[in-house]
Design a protein around this ligand. Structure first.
Ligand code: CTP
Length: 418
């Protein structure tokens, strides 16, 4: 199995899940219309997707819609002619069963082990992991029986729940928990199940990302142009490899990845506190944050007025702590640390100096000011240096693809350290 990608930013090659088989179960809820998009995204990633609809689902969406996006006939009937052993073969051949939307009725039947239609029969007969994405009215979701059924499913090994999200519900029912999770999040949950796992599975990974903001007063700050995209891509790539991931990030321009614990900070001091609170039992730490090296020595609690500042403003700055250097010194034996170096000249030499000075195992060097690389861009071109490792120049690729390569190198190092 190739590494996980998603509709969010496909990893090259464009069909990383080729060779995988997914059963997509669709139940009878209004969110079923989103399952067509989900089936399309899973298919575009290269998986063979067999859609199984419940009878109620057919009231909301037609089997032909799924056939149109998957290229495979959608299945409904447990007792169709020629389908005698279908429920067994589908379950046996699947690498993952994903049920989205999973209604209160499906969850109740699956929790009690019933096999009353093709989808529940496949679920009961399957050995593959099951990703369940509940979606229903908020009062149905809050019902004690639904909660108990969901809890029973989650206790079962191989079951993973995604969502539901909180937000606008169908038919003017207001807002509450019960919305189908974002389809990109469901794709990522499937990706984690299908993913390469390997040395990072179950490991604790910490990522720093984004800029820091150092306040001058209540409304102004010193900062930099970091978008936080690299930190988000690294955290997502680590989660898709089965790691338990904490992302400590300054204000980022992109949403946090699914499944990752996010600690949102503004200043370098807060970032340091958050990192040091986690670092001692971390297996791999990747320091991608663009930390402000200096902060204003004093910050006014209100807004500084122009009449107070005058025609010139001289600000005294104090050095910020070096978060990565402090953290690496506290990491446990056998762990792996990765720094980033953003350089405008002598990239490899300067990155090599930082590798040694901060005690990193590896450092990812990238050039500032190069088109399609560095701050704000969606792609990056980096060179990875490491102790006892030949410098490796990676081709320009999406930040997610670069993150996948970095995580694979981290995984190899962790594996080598046992
Ligand atoms: N870093 C950090 N805390 C700081 C400064 C940097 O954790 N106060 C980390 C960055 O996240 C990165 C590495 O150290 O992993 C190198 O950061 P970089 O900004 O390239 O280097 P600096 O140490 O700031 O040195 P210089 O500004 O001289 O290039």
């Amino acid at each position: 199995m190739s590494s996980g990608g998603s509709a969010r930013g496909a990893r090259e090659p464009s069909a990383p899940w080729a060779g995988s088989r997914i059963v997509l179960g669709v139940c009878g809820g209004i969110a079923a219309y989103k399952s067509v998009q989900l089936a399309r995204d899973l298919t575009l990633l290269g998986a063979a997707v067999d859609v199984v609809l419940t009878g109620a689902a057919r009231n909301f969406v037609a089997p032909l819609s799924f056939e149109g996006v998957t290229g495979r006939g959608a299945l409904v009937d447990l007792f169709a002619v020629g389908g005698a052993a279908l429920h067994i073969s589908l379950g046996r051949e699947a690498d993952c069963i994903c049920v989205a939307p999973a209604t209160a009725d499906y969850i109740a039947r699956a929790a009690s082990g019933r096999a009353s239609d093709l989808l529940t029969t496949v679920t009961v007969a399957a050995g593959a992991p099951v990703v369940v994405a509940p979606a229903m009215n908020d009062r149905m979701f809050a019902h004690p029986r639904t909660r108990a059924n969901l809890a029973a499913l989650e206790r079962r090994s191989g079951y993973h729940r995604v969502g539901p999200d909180t937000g606008l519900l169908a038919a003017g029912e207001g807002s509450g928990p019960g919305r189908l999770a974002d389809t990109d999040d469901i794709v990522d949950a499937v990706g984690r199940v299908l993913g390469p796992g390997g040395a990072l599975a179950g490991k604790k990974v910490l990522v720093t990302g984004g800029p820091t903001r150092e306040p001058l007063d209540a409304v102004r700050y010193l900062g930099n142009r970091s978008s936080g995209k690299t930190g988000v891509a690294l955290a997502r790539a680590a989660w898709l490899r089965g790691a338990e991931v904490t992302l400590v990030t300054g204000p980022a321009a992109v949403p946090a990845p699914y499944g990752v614990e996010v600690v949102a900070v503004e200043t370098a001091a807060r970032m340091r506190d958050a990192v040091l609170a986690e670092i001692e039992d971390t297996d791999a730490a990747i320091f991608a944050a663009a930390v402000a090296d200096y902060r204003p020595r004093t910050a006014k609690s209100g807004k500084l007025r122009r009449s107070e500042i005058g025609e010139e403003w001289t600000v005294a700055l104090a050095a910020n702590p070096d978060i990565a250097a402090d953290a690496v010194a506290r990491m446990k034996a056998g762990s792996v640390s990765v720094g980033f170096a953003l350089e405008t000249s002598d990239m490899v030499a300067r990155a090599g100096e930082k590798l040694a000075a901060k005690g990193f195992d590896m450092i990812v060097a990238n050039r500032a000011g190069e088109a399609g690389a560095g701050f704000e861009a969606d792609t990056n071109r980096v060179t990875v240096l490491g102790r006892g490792m030949k410098a490796r120049e990676l081709p320009r690729a999406s930040k997610f693809a670069v993150a996948c390569d970095i995580l694979d190198l981290v995984g190899s190092r962790l594996a080598a350290r046992g």
